[in-house]
Design a protein around this ligand. Sequence first.
Ligand code: SAH
Length: 204
Amino acid sequence: MRNKLADTLIKKGITDTNALEAIRTIPRHLFMDSSFEGHAYQDKAFPIAADQTISQPYTVAFQTQLLEVKPGQKILEIGTGSGYQTAVLLQLKAKVYTIERQLELFKKTKIFFAKLGYRPKKKIFGDGYKGLPEEAPFDGIVVTAGAPEVPRPLLSQLKVGGRLVIPVGTNDQIMTLYIRKSEKEFEKKEFGSFRFVPLLENKN
Ligand code: SAH
């Protein structure tokens, strides 16, 4: 079923062989609630706890492809959610730092990662809007929730040459890639339209 899912993603335009291999390897059904398990290898998003969603495999592969992860790179993920994207990044041998603002999901993935042997460098409960200044700079940052605008701290926490992949917009989002060209310059590229749960900023 995982091979079939990877074939579907190839048909939809995914070319990154490492991302596809991760999709073929990771047991997505274990990241989902048991009531949806039977649908785990469909290319669809599904509800998880705390009114959030596990991203559609195509979206995970697309964001991963844009990040161009190399082994050993430091990658920050905003929105741990089910932990599926985290697992994909770990499969690509990245050093992963992941932040989640819903306590229920944070606790759930903590136990789940330990059980399955997934080892992110850090798993943080908090507001990803601020990034993770104490661990910056990062080779890549991936935001897995829809941001009304690009949080400035995330741009400033990129290495020169680093890549930020972020869906930007309120109802629909445009997948946006920022590449840091120098201390002050960023190249911006826009890709298709996607739909994510909102990136929420902690106001307190
Ligand atoms: N990567 C996840 C996608 C989950 S949906 C997966 O593959 O399952 C997006 C997640 O972002 C949700 O869990 C949501 O709670 C979280 N989120 C939203 N705003 C956030 C913020 N400011 N900081 C950290 N996480 C946030």
